[in-house]
Write a protein that binds this ligand. Sequence first.
Ligand SMILES: NC(=O)c1ccc[n+]([C@@H]2O[C@H](COP(=O)([O-])OP(=O)(O)OC[C@H]3O[C@@H](n4cnc5c(N)ncnc54)[C@H](O)[C@@H]3O)[C@@H](O)[C@H]2O)c1
Length: 335
Amino acid sequence: MNVALIGAGYWGPNLARVFFELPGCNLHTICDKKKERLDSIKASFPNINTTQDYKTLLGNPELEAIAIVTEAQHHYELAKECLLAGKHVLVEKPLALNSHECEDLIGIAKAKNRILMVGHLLEHHPGIRKLKELIDSGEIGKVYYIYSQRVNLGEIRRYENALWSFGPHDVSVILYLLGEEPESVNALGESYLQENIQDVVFVNLHFKDKRMAQVHISWLDPHKIRKFTIVGSKKMVVFDDMESSEKIKIYDKGADSPGKYVSYGDSITLRIGDISIPKINMKEPLKIECQHFLDCIRENKRPLNDGADGLRVVRVLEAAQKSMENYGTLVKLEG
Ligand SMILES: NC(=O)c1ccc[n+]([C@@H]2O[C@H](COP(=O)([O-])OP(=O)(O)OC[C@H]3O[C@@H](n4cnc5c(N)ncnc54)[C@H](O)[C@@H]3O)[C@@H](O)[C@H]2O)c1
């Protein structure tokens, strides 16, 4: 399958490497409007075609699929043009910068019968898949709440804020794990380095049945943390992506309450049991994601992270942005 790539900046070369290595896939052309980026990538892929003009890809009948790895503000226009030209499209996260654009892309993909997939990479992470398994099997009981931290010093962007840059990772995982959208969202964030570009954001997601999640995102932080903590009625689980081998720890910990009316002698009992570390067959998530894209094209099947998944995440980010601009007021998600 002939695949082209638009955008060879920081992240693009990773997708180029993966598509280059995947069996049955031919990385056909790499496009970047900046010549210096093409010169640099040519050093790694000397035999691959390059172009500064993405429009040359659209009319090329040899190309079946295009991966868009440009800055987020270009995702919508490029994805739209590629879909209209009849190409299958993988767009990096976020799918677009508002839900109307996402809906438009979903409609075009459907009308053209093309695969539209968004780069929610962590949904393909074997550790996150394991978390999903633990939740769905009932092992950790009813999920009470989840919190995630994605903080570091750096990768400061000039167009989108930390919420739109890092938030798609955490939000996509939380929606994937819980299998539903929140009813409402509120968020607080602040801009310290550039005007109106929030460097640090705290987002709260409120789900039905009192389930909630909090996401802490920052590119202005002394720590490098990439962690999810899930507290369930039976067990608690921590996923730490900074750990090289022991990424998941399951804590057989909890508290059993006798209920609302506590009589003399009844009390809340704490359970502090063993900690277990499940074995995870680690594979590169990006490789799994790109393989999934190719499989969906070949078998004409719906991707796990399809356009609708991209839209769900963008709806949450939009609500969080709105809340942030209104000092943390609660924003309900309609429909
Ligand atoms: N999944 C992840 O972990 C992860 C990590 C980093 C970035 N990303 C995503 O990847 C995307 C790219 O991020 P980046 O950090 O590589 O950005 P970047 O700014 O380093 O690179 C973007 C490149 O796209 C090129 N470009 C833009 N418009 C173009 C056009 N019309 N035609 C040809 N080339 C064009 C630019 O010249 C630039 O070289 C973003 O959507 C980002 O969110 C994902």
